[in-house]
Write a protein that binds this ligand. Structure first.
Ligand code: SF4
Ligand code: SF4
Length: 379
């Protein structure tokens, strides 16, 4: 069986118990030493979406990052932490992000370097469906080994964000905006681009932080949800298949999982995956709240255009929560948000491509997803 995923119960971010769970998850996959050799430069790719505290469950928990850093050091490798956050976070705002998420403290305690993702290198995915050449961070191409540490969360655009979606953070800074504009409202095309990025430089190993995940209005404004698991795999697509099944989603309703299967780079059924540790049935989270937009996954492709016009979800700003900071307007890819200092921004839905970057990046969780009545009826 080509695909393997481990599922280990872990209901705590306590250092020792977490490390024991991570080691147990890697054991059936050959252990960390099967991937990391002495002297290897090991990029530990985090999810650092925005400046949220660890308990808000938006970013990879620092305890998971610390466990992997220590394990890489014990194996003789040289760990480097990094990610390119959402939007145009650079300089002072990036320093603040590293402090708030607890990643700076991990670097200080372990002596681990934090890589800059600002400098780009060009890569050519062999079977690219979107861009023939992609710009990804040089920190990724320079690494001997890449270990991805995704967080299990919902996502308004892609319904779920895990191992494959994590790799959008390979793309430096505002180049992400350019790529969002390229795929527009087509979530399937966006999924193809994520898979192009994945195939250009697949991480060698993934350890998923599913101790506390996020349900509902993810990936930033949802609700933290105890899941109590650490998962590991060498395959992002198999990990995403298993993780979505664990939280009660139909894996093939998730665009990245479906397209990976169609491209021949991902499983099409749990029967294609050897699951070590706990079974999916034993750890199933039956009442996990999915992203509101996920009901669109049931619409046949031929009707998608009409449904998007008549009943498509859209971002909505809650005036009572908005502090009029303008972050959403600054990072909106098609510049669909008009912002005048001192006023709540206004969204031009004719220009809006439903990428939900505004929802991801709003520091106040003031952007939610509005689902029209027609859509609620087809749920
Ligand atoms: S980012 Fe959020 S708080 Fe800031 S202006 Fe936009 S909606 Fe308001
Ligand atoms: S308004 Fe929000 S969802 Fe629409 S294009 Fe701008 S950032 Fe994306």
């Amino acid at each position: 069986m080509a695909y393997e995923v481990s599922i280990i119960r872990c209901g705590t971010y306590d250092d020792d118990r977490l490390r024991a769970a991570v080691e147990a998850s890697l054991k059936p996959l050959g252990g960390l030493s099967s991937v990391v050799k002495k002297g290897d430069r090991v990029l530990i790719k985090l999810n650092l979406l925005n400046a949220k505290r660890p308990e808000q469950a938006v970013t990879t928990h620092p305890a998971v990052a610390k466990a992997i850093v220590r394990m890489v050091q014990d194996t003789g490798g040289v760990p480097v932490l990094g990610d390119s956050p959402g939007g145009s976070s650079t300089g002072t705002s990036y320093k603040n992000l590293l402090k708030t998420t607890g990643i700076q403290a991990v670097a200080d305690e372990t002596g681990c370097e934090i890589a800059s993702f600002d400098e780009a290198a060009e890569v050519t995915p062999e079977r690219a469906r979107t861009y023939k050449k992609l710009k990804i961070a040089r920190a990724v191409t320079d690494a001997d080994v890449v270990i991805g540490l995704p967080k299990l969360k919902t996502h308004s655009l892609t319904y779920y964000t895990g191992a494959v979606k994590l790799l959008y953070g390979y793309i430096p800074g505002v180049t992400k905006t350019e790529y969002h504009l390229h795929t527009g409202r087509d979530v399937s095309l966006f999924a193809e681009m994520l898979l192009d990025i994945y195939e250009a430089r697949p991480p060698d190993l993934y350890v998923m932080d599913a101790v506390v995940g996020m349900e509902g209005n993810g990936p930033s404004g949802g609700t933290p949800r105890d899941i109590g698991l650490i998962m590991a795999s060498r395959s992002a697509t198999a990990m995403d298949f298993v993780a979505t099944a664990v939280v009660g989603m139909d894996p093939l309703a998730v665009p990245t999982v479906k397209r990976a299967f169609e491209r021949g780079t991902g499983p099409g059924s749990l029967d294609d995956i050897m699951v070590h540790g706990e079974s999916v049935a034993a750890v199933l989270v039956k009442d996990f709240k999915k992203a509101r937009t996920m009901s669109m996954s049931r619409v046949p492709p031929a009707l998608m255009g009409v449904m998007t016009r008549l009943g498509g979800s859209r971002p909505q700003i809650d005036k009572s929560k908005c502090v009029k900071c303008g972050v959403c307007a600054k990072d909106c890819p098609p510049k669909a948000i008009a912002f005048v200092k001192g006023s709540v921004p206004k969204i031009d839905y004719g220009k809006c491509i439903r990428c939900y970057c505004c929802q991801e990046l709003c520091p106040q969780n003031a952007v939610s997803v509005r689902t029209p009545l027609l859509r609620r009826l087809i749920k």
